[in-house]
Design a protein. Structure first.
Length: 247
């Protein structure tokens, strides 16, 4: 059974030391030995894997203990914090938050069940409040004349946009669409939609015209070189028998 302390700050080293102090103080007062500190210097806006939350949860087993200085260290929203706490409890681990004076042991105790229910209600309340604020903001924009949604005729971003030149080149050489989809790592449906919305026929036609133009230019240069060589040879042959010394 291990006790892990999770500390997270954005950039302030002083705050990190403050969290460490409060966790150690709590451990000393309650006779809890901290086996390991996981320290993360990163904003809560980063995803859970970068904040090492996923790593932390995967390591917790029944009988282990997770201790933090305060609940906000676990996530960027109430829902995320509650979800993390629920996972800890579901794994049979003990959860301690020093600032909130929370100490939850296992998921089957009455205290744990009450806390989980409250957490769930708070999460649902936050989702409802966010939804309501979003609806109000959209309604206000609409009332003020702001057009919502994507502008008519605009194109959504496609995963194939960065491969447009490659696709045009493959189409020019008559490579099948199924093969192109495999080469680009996309489904045929995604490719067909891309070809339709990006009007790739024009792109391919432009490449063909460019190739023909380049070919004509190459032939013209080759013709000029051949003409020059012929003219030089004719001049050389016409003067080959002349006696320049007698002049």
């Amino acid at each position: 059974m291990a006790t892990i302390a999770y500390l997270r700050v954005s950039t302030d080293q002083q705050d990190l030391e403050s969290q460490r102090y409060h966790v150690l103080k709590y451990g000393h007062e309650h006779k809890i030995r901290i086996d390991e500190f996981i320290e993360v210097e990163m904003s809560s806006r980063k995803d859970a894997s970068k904040r090492r939350i996923n790593e932390l949860l995967s390591r917790l087993a029944r009988g282990d203990c997770l201790i933090i200085s305060e609940l906000s260290r676990l996530g960027r929203s109430t829902a995320e914090v509650i979800n993390t706490v629920n996972v800890v409890i579901a794994r049979g681990a003990r959860f301690i938050s020093v600032k909130q004076n929370l100490d939850i042991v296992g998921k089957n105790s009455i205290t744990s069940k009450v806390m989980i229910t409250m957490f769930s209600l708070f999460a649902e309340l936050e989702r409802d409040l966010i939804s309501e604020r979003t609806k109000q903001a959209l309604a206000a924009k609409k009332q003020s004349g702001v057009k919502l949604g994507r502008p008519k005729g605009s194109l959504g971003k496609s995963k194939l946009d960065d491969k447009k030149d490659q696709i045009a080149e493959l189409l020019k050489y008559k490579v099948s669409k199924s093969a192109i989809a495999r080469i680009c790592g996309a489904s045929r449906g995604t490719l067909y939609s891309f070809l339709k919305t990006r009007d790739m026929r024009k792109a391919v036609a432009a490449r063909v015209r460019e190739d023909r133009k380049n070919l004509r230019e190459i032939k013209r240069k080759e013709g000029m070189e051949m003409l020059g060589a012929t003219a030089y040879r004719n001049v050389f042959e016409s003067t080959e028998g002349d006696d320049f010394e007698g002049r």
